[in-house]
Design a protein around this ligand. Structure first.
Ligand code: GLU
Length: 588
């Protein structure tokens, strides 16, 4: 596999300022079921003004290093983690510092008001740890808390915007517990970089401007949010700087008081007030009782490589393993990358996997889920035998209770020279979450309640203290028992397929990690095959002839996520960021 040349941070930031009119959706809309019409050739009007030239997207977000590597959604955050490592911090110190910094520089995607998952593998012992710091439903939540119409659809925006959309945040508990358990540095050392950026400001990119524009209405509804993320009531412009002194103060309280500084006392009171002033049902005990869960990761193999990934309350790890298990029954390499045969197999396997996800998956603290069966090779073989190689199976007819997941979120990967691996995916769900800013505290509450099914009586219906079902899939891959790859992505249910496709691109198609990240992606949850428009047009025609309904999306479409990945080979670390977002790997 080839290495890529190092990039200079400054040139990247300048390139980023040009990139994002080309990049596809930065939407905070419920994306999974958005059926866009197949792109058509428009007839050209005689006097049509000349199209502005498309900016050149920097497709190389890679770096190579011997000692440490961070691949994150923001170059500034990658730099924070690298500095921590250079100052003697371990991979967990770097991960925690980076996570806090991402909450400052990518506040639309994750932050103190959200939650996530962290998976770690220690090179020396081969031991793994999994931190589930997913948000939970408030104690006063009920299965029928969202009003539904006759068709079972939520009648207003209460499940996505405002206080009722928010779950009890888990991020602070997750990051501080990881630091206390496995880190080597103090809270102050790992949180100071985030505090510095919040005080001095971060650079607004075109990507970020687009996200603010897309979410203007939501931001504008909440004073505490618009005070920070609008400039005189209007979106910021690329090149501006956003400072967040309130967030710096909140981070300082957490440095001083630890978890209690967030889950108890004045900050907790402010959170409850902000949520409830916006129609929420938070209570102080919900915060004081928030419980981080340490869990066993799910494990599987793909063509001899070991996959270690996220267990419930995420569906992600189990279904990445299930999808790869189904594909293992076919000659994926021989079928070729993004060929008619290859895409058909991926599409059919994805539909089968998502059918099971919709039926069985939920928080295993509340519901029995047949995890071993879902991840079993024998079961996958039976499913694979049902795939017709010549035509697309009928559309799956049952509903998907998780259809309102967004495509926001952030993922980052960390590896050091010893081969310690950390993968973190964290979120406030939709871009800018519920929109509810906590006045004077500088952060936004999530809208993770939207990942529950609004209908009572299903496995993923709301219950007090339950975690809404996630698709987030921070994943580690071992080769011959040795550290090999650390990866993950945002993108709601697309995360599962994106992670599996990147693993297959590397293992089946021998791509280097940047090419594996950049390669055009597909997704099929319920019968429509969504693809990036870079796919071969003749292949798409052949797939249509086989009965596939095709949805052609953007060239480099953030709908398919923003994967940040690292590979270790022959002692060298190769990182790749995703050009679908502001991703950048930085190593040393
Ligand atoms: N709420 C989503 C989940 O947990 C976040 C993932 C995403 O939208 O990227 O699956």
């Amino acid at each position: 596999m080839r290495n890529k040349k190092n990039l200079k941070l400054l040139s990247l930031l300048l390139a980023l300022a040009l990139v994002f009119s080309l990049v596809g959706c930065q939407t905070s809309e419920p994306a999974t079921n958005v059926e866009e019409p197949v792109a058509q050739q428009e007839s050209v009007a005689v006097e049509t003004p000349k199209e502005p030239e498309k900016p050149v997207v920097n497709m190389d977000r890679s770096d190579t290093g011997k000692n440490g590597m961070l691949a994150t959604a923001k170059p500034e955050a990658s730099e924070v983690g690298i500095e921590i490592m250079k100052n003697g911090g371990n991979a967990i110190d770097a991960a925690v510092a980076t996570a806090f910094a991402l909450g400052v520089v990518e506040p639309n995607a994750s932050g103190l008001g959200g939650g996530g998952f962290m998976i770690i593998r220690f090179a020396e012992t081969g031991e793994e740890a999994f931190f589930d710091f997913r948000e939970v439903a408030p104690g006063n939540a009920t299965a029928d808390m969202y009003e539904l119409d006759e068709e079972g659809k939520v009648v207003n925006e209460g499940k996505t915007v405002g206080g009722k959309a928010a779950g009890i945040p888990g991020e602070v508990a997750g990051l501080l517990t990881a630091l206390e358990t496995y880190g080597s540095m103090s809270r102050e050392e790992v949180m100071q970089p985030a505090i510095d950026i919040a005080e001095n400001g971060f650079l607004v990119t075109d990507n970020f401007v687009g996200i603010i524009q897309d979410n203007f209405e939501k931001i504008n509804k909440f004073d505490a949010t618009k005070e920070i993320y609008l400039k005189n009531g209007l979106p910021f412009e690329a090149g501006d700087t956003i400072k967040n002194p309130d967030l710096a103060e909140t981070l300082k309280i957490i440095v001083k008081e630890g978890k209690d500084g967030f889950y108890k006392g004045q900050v907790a009171e402010d959170i409850v007030k902000a949520a409830n002033d916006a129609g929420g049902i938070f209570a102080l005990e919900d915060l004081a009782n928030y419980e981080l869960k340490m869990r066993e990761p799910v494990k599987g193999t793909y063509r001899g490589y070991e996959i270690i990934s996220a267990p419930p309350s995420s569906s992600g790890g189990t279904h990445v393993i299930q999808l790869l298990n189904i594909l293992e029954n076919f000659d994926v390499k021989g079928a070729g990358h993004n060929t008619t045969e290859g895409l058909h197999l991926w599409s059919e396997a994805s539909k089968l996997m998502f059918a099971d996800r919709g039926k069985y998956m939920a928080d295993t603290d509340f519901v029995d889920v047949p995890l071993a069966g879902l991840a079993s090779k024998d079961y996958a073989k039976v499913l694979a035998e049902g795939i017709d190689k010549t035509k697309a199976a009928e559309k799956v007819s049952f509903g998907d209770p998780y259809k309102y997941e967004s495509g926001s979120t952030t993922h980052f990967s960390v590896m050091d020279k010893e081969g310690n691996m950390v993968a973190v995916t964290k979120t406030i769900n939709y871009f800018f979450g519920s929109g509810v800013g906590v006045p004077g505290r500088g952060f936004i509450l999530n809208n993770e309640m939207d990942d529950f099914n609004a209908e009572p009586g299903t496995s993923n219906s709301v219950e007090p203290g339950k975690r809404p079902l996630s698709s987030m899939t921070p994943t580690l891959v071992l080769k011959d028992g040795e550290p090999f790859m650390t990866l993950g992505s945002p993108g709601a249910t697309r995360i599962i397929g994106s992670v599996a496709q990147i693993i297959s691109n590397v293992i089946d198609h021998d791509m280097d990690i940047q090419d594996a990240v950049n390669a055009p992606r597909m997704f099929n949850q319920r019968g429509t095959l969504s693809v990036e428009s870079r796919m071969d047009k003749d292949v798409l025609k052949e797939l249509e002839a086989m009965g596939h309904e095709i949805d052609i999306r953007g060239e480099l479409d953030a709908y398919f996520g923003g994967a940040q990945c690292i590979i270790m080979e022959e002692g060298l670390l190769h990182g790749a960021g995703d050009p679908r977002r502001d991703g950048q790997a930085v190593g040393f």
